[in-house]
Design a protein around this ligand. Structure first.
Ligand SMILES: [Zn+2]
Length: 206
């Protein structure tokens, strides 16, 4: 297993908790290598460099798991595992909170699709949750699956959609792990416009 810590290269206070956790994990048998993703393409370049060599675990800059959670991801036999995490959107004067770590494709009705966050309340048995895709907040990707996925140099926010398309092409589902972990990010939709569909989708329809 290779362990990759994606950091932004910025010293935002909200990243401190993940930085501290990763240091603690390194002292306890999870030898994470840190990538300071200082330019748009460095994340995908690093993944391409590591791809097809071994199973890989990725933790991104603001996710806060536990050692037990890392261990469960590591020993799980499914090829692509993703830890559920909190997604908080700033919407007007308020906030909306979701569980993510897995998204499902929903038809928009005109032949195209968008992704909605997976909602854990529908699935009390955590061992049986599979979604169409995920982003890479905290994931484990097996070498055997990497061999079937072709990566390209691209911006970090395009990367997850490319991987998503590859999973759809292969018919591979993402295994979701609970519990939902902390994510130190309140997402402003002007910053991440591609999340707008997640917010607009009525969770009650899921
Ligand atoms: Zn799993």
């Amino acid at each position: 297993m290779m362990y990759l810590h994606i950091a932004s290269g910025r010293n935002y206070e909200r990243f401190n908790e993940t930085n501290m956790f990763v240091e603690y994990a390194k002292q306890n048998g999870f030898p994470f290598v840190k990538l300071d993703a200082l330019e748009d393409y460095s994340y995908s370049k690093k993944l391409i460099e590591l791809w097809n060599k071994d199973d890989i675990m990725i933790i991104e800059e603001d996710k806060v798991p536990t050692l037990d959670i890392l261990h469960e991801l590591e020993i799980c036999h499914h090829p692509f595992c993703s830890q559920s995490y909190i997604v908080t959107f700033k919407v007007g004067d308020g906030i909306k909170t979701y569980s993510a770590g897995g998204w499902n494709r929903v038809s928009s009705g005109v032949g195209s699709f968008y992704h909605i966050p997976w909602c854990f309340t529908n699935y009390p048995d955590k061992t049986k949750i599979f979604t169409d895709t995920t982003d890479l907040g905290l994931v484990k990707i097996s070498k055997s699956l990497q061999e079937k996925i072709k990566l390209q140099v691209c911006k970090f926010d395009v990367q997850q959609f490319r991987i998503s398309e590859e999973l759809t092409r292969l018919g591979v589902k993402v295994h979701i792990h609970l519990p939902t972990i902390k994510h130190n990010h309140i997402i402003n939709l002007t910053e991440y416009p591609h999340y707008i569909n997640m917010v607009n989708y009525d969770q009650n329809k899921m």
